[in-house]
Design a protein around this ligand. Sequence first.
Ligand SMILES: [Zn+2]
Length: 385
Amino acid sequence: MAGPYLEFGVSFPVATPPSKPYAVRMIASPLPPRQEMLRAFARRDPSYEGVFVTAVRTTGIFCRPTCTARQPLADNVEFFATPRDALFAGYRPCLRCSPLEPAGAAPVWLRPLLDAVAAEPERRWRDADLVALGLKPERVRRWFKTNHEMTFQGYCRARRLGAALRQIGEGESVTSAAFDQGWESLSAFTDAFRRVFGAPPLDASRSVRPLLARRILTPLGPMVACATSDALCLLEFAERRMLERQLQRVRRGLGAVPTPGNNEVLEETARELNAYFAGSIQHFTVPTAQPGSEFQQRVWARLVEIPSGETTTYGTIARGLGLPNHSRAVASAVGDNAIGIIIPCHRVVGADGDLTGYGGGLWRKRRLLDHEAGIRTLLPDSPAS
Ligand SMILES: [Zn+2]
């Protein structure tokens, strides 16, 4: 995979910056202040997913921070760092938000449909097909809107267009790609293609690189991963805030339009993330490549050198690059990293040990550092263990 921006992995002849073990003062309390949690719960803020669960004394039920059920009186709410703690305290999991499941997991009623789509990706789904499967089209639509920001039919269409783009890029004719992917008319296919990729099929297959996107569920909430067939280009928590900006950058930098799908790189990313959260690996081997300036590439290459369980500062990285006055530029390059966790920007802290900013939310940064320091496991475990 060639291109001037894909320099990741290039080594620079500078000494490794000294890093320090994750400071103990940051882990004094496993929970954010109560007022902050009450605010986050009131807003159903998804960036606190995996940071706390809420339990209601009057009902004996506990919920994830984003539960859509009617909110209880603040006085009756108790907070726990993990579902396990809430279970131990005698609370039962809410049936609406299923706090024992990873956030964003497909509900049981939807799984047969997801299996059917995976088995027959070129099929066109109509509402009548959903009804035949015993599903309410409106319910399916709502789940896809919430979790994929598009309707179910839009999701399937984008997936089929992505597959067609790859086929045409590999030399298949536009006509056969269109029919393979379930279009009945070439003009409808061309229109749909132009709407998504901004160009008709043959032009797009030359100028637009296939980029596949999928969600990966983690104990800290769902993440979105994008990859070409060669490398992971984006890994971000799925809230809109940072994701939209990072997607723009990747789209522009790679000349690519992400469509829903899966490939080997994404599968490997999911496997390694699972192993990371289970505590069985500390290093990632999945290939990465994100668009960025030479300076950004150098900063990102430094991040990978910070050992798991340790942190470093923006100033230390700047000095390591021979640019001691450029801490701010380093901080902004760190903030522009689009491959969270794997390019560990969460291991960079302020000069005074403060956590400073993190696109995925400060408390998630702290949970990642705690996890790497071996303080707590992020995988929910059963209360019996
Ligand atoms: Zn709930």
